[in-house]
Design a protein around this ligand. Structure first.
Ligand code: ADP
Ligand code: MG
Length: 235
């Protein structure tokens, strides 16, 4: 992976994960605002997407019929998009000292294509390793919410896309998968109850950042302004 010029301390990379309607986009906007107010240079991004090439792949993934791609093709497209996103956007930003906050990252591929659609987890891990080696977030916040609550929130927000239209059992496997990922990666991941109101969840996210990354950040007070999040991640 090409490294950008290093002009100061490396930035931190935080991913926010969880199922449909868990509040990822809402929390990304609040978190990015809080970090900026604390004087930290931050870039909010999303997956799939985040770079021009990866955004083109995103359109292929989210549009069309449910059977357009099988799970393996989905995984390959997602990893291609992630490689482009990391090498062209995330790694150069981190090298410049900018913090990167991503709406979804590699755990979504494990959860959706692995736990959700049955691709072997070892194959997904090998694919990630082939593309990105040991590259991983410094902290992953996994927003946990009952499936019915998340789908109700997502339905109130917008028309369902290819992933939101999958059945209830799929979304239960997804939730279970994210819970397992958190349990299997305790040093990197924190599982957060996302059923509270946005400001409560936001404060819990900042607590996790304080504990895990050693940086105290005041909560973003201006909730109304950021309710309509700037980023919108999908698996
Ligand atoms: N903690 C919360 N409580 C109630 N509604 C929420 C909460 N967080 C987000 N929402 C609303 O639920 C919908 C889905 O939230 P969003 O942040 O888009 O979720 P995601 O990005 O995880 O799919 C949005 O309409 C959002 O305003
Ligand atoms: Mg979103």
């Amino acid at each position: 992976m090409a490294a950008a010029d290093v002009t100061g301390p490396r930035g931190r990379f935080i991913s926010i994960e969880g199922g449909e309607g868990a509040g990822k986009s809402t929390q990304i906007a609040l978190l990015a605002g809080a970090l900026e107010r604390a004087g930290i240079a931050v870039q909010a991004t999303r997956e799939p997407g985040g770079s021009p090439g990866a955004e083109a792949i995103r359109e292929l993934l989210l549009e069309g019929e449910g059977e357009r791609w099988d799970a393996t093709a989905e995984a390959l497209l997602l990893v291609a998009a992630r490689y482009d996103h990391v090498t062209r956007v995330i790694a150069p930003a981190l090298a410049q000292g900018v913090w990167v906050v991503s709406d979804r990252f590699a755990d979504s591929t494990m959860a959706y294509q692995g736990y959700g659609r049955g691709v072997a987890l070892t194959d997904l891990a090998a694919l990630h390793s082939f593309a990105l080696g040991e590259f991983s977030p410094d902290l992953t916040v996994i927003l946990d919410l009952p499936v019915e609550t998340g789908l109700a929130r997502a339905a109130a927000r917008s028309a369902a896309d290819r992933f939101e239209r999958l059945d209830y059992a799929f979304h239960e496997r997804l939730r279970h998968g994210f819970q397992r990922i958190a349990a299997d990666n305790p040093a990197r991941c924190v599982l957060i109850d996302a059923s509270g109101d946005p400001q409560t969840v936001h404060r819990t996210v900042l607590d996790a950042i304080g504990h895990r990354l050693g940086i105290a950040v005041a909560s973003h007070p201006d909730l109304g302004r950021v309710t309509h999040a700037r980023t919108e991640g999908k698996p």
